[in-house]
Design a protein around this ligand. Structure first.
Ligand SMILES: Nc1nc2c(ncn2[C@@H]2O[C@H](COP(=O)(O)OP(=O)(O)O)[C@@H](O)[C@H]2O)c(=O)[nH]1
Ligand SMILES: [Mg+2]
Length: 222
């Protein structure tokens, strides 16, 4: 419990044995439930997560979005917080983000990685791609969103009822923000520290980048 709010943290993992260990070691004691969604990792991700007390879910169908949807089904707390298993998002910032959710009195808080302070955390290509995707989303949905691709969100679980989440892949990250905006819930963004990831990247910048742009257009005009 953090003050009057129970907290669930959900972490999708595909071969993140190194990162998940660092994330779990830093998990604050006030977190009530940690769910690690594993999609057939071939390393020790599931064992490491379990050894630190996480609830591990095995999702048969691959994909970042699919993993989140399975995780949401098992979440029981008032507030859900998400982050990657690669230790690139700040576990130390959970209380800061929950305080911000309370202080700003919002339902969905998007943790923006920008401006990136750690020089090694993101290449120029990724920064540029992120800017294009975030700009496109902002124009299409008439709402300035600096980091449409951030994987760290803090939101009240009850708003999930109002969202229609379809993506099974990396586009899930922008879809959940679009759905939050469409549902008319109170939405804000807050800057966090983003660091270089441990282990290997699962995102394919060109394939996922163009697909996410296509997904955005399809969702807006269909
Ligand atoms: N469960 C699951 N997790 C995935 C899958 N693909 C990526 N992930 C996880 O989702 C997170 C984001 O992927 P990552 O490679 O860090 O992408 P980036 O942060 O956008 O560069 C990481 O924790 C990955 O392990 C998948 O198919 N299934
Ligand atoms: Mg990552």
């Amino acid at each position: 419990m953090y003050k009057d709010l129970s907290i669930t943290v959900i972490i999708p993992c595909l071969n993140e044995e190194q990162g998940i260990e660092q994330v779990m070691q830093r998990m604050p004691a006030f977190v009530d439930q940690v769910i690690v969604v594993d999609n057939g990792s071939t390393d020790r991700t599931a064992d490491v997560a379990k050894s630190y007390g996480a609830q591990v879910i095995h999702e048969e169908v691959r994909g970042y979005g699919r993993a989140y949807k399975s995780g949401f089904d098992k979440a029981t707390s008032d507030v859900i917080i998400t982050l990657d298993g690669d230790h690139s998002y700040p576990v130390d910032a959970l209380s800061y983000l929950i305080e911000a959710l309370r202080h700003l009195d919002v339902d969905f808080l998007n943790a923006s990685r920008f401006p990136v302070r750690d020089r090694n955390a993101m290449s120029f290509k990724h920064k540029f791609g992120n800017w294009v995707l975030s700009f496109a989303m902002s124009v299409l949905y008439f709402r300035w969103v600096r980091d449409s691709q951030s994987g760290m969100w803090v939101f009240r679980r009850r708003i999930l009822e109002k969202m229609k989440l379809t993506s099974d892949g990396m586009a899930f990250s922008e879809e959940i923000k679009i759905e939050a905006l469409k549902a008319g819930v109170r939405f804000q963004e807050l800057s966090i520290q983003y660091s270089s990831r441990l282990g290997e990247i699962k995102l394919n910048p060109w394939r996922d980048g163009f697909y996410n742009l296509w997904f955005l257009l399809k969702k807006r005009f269909s």
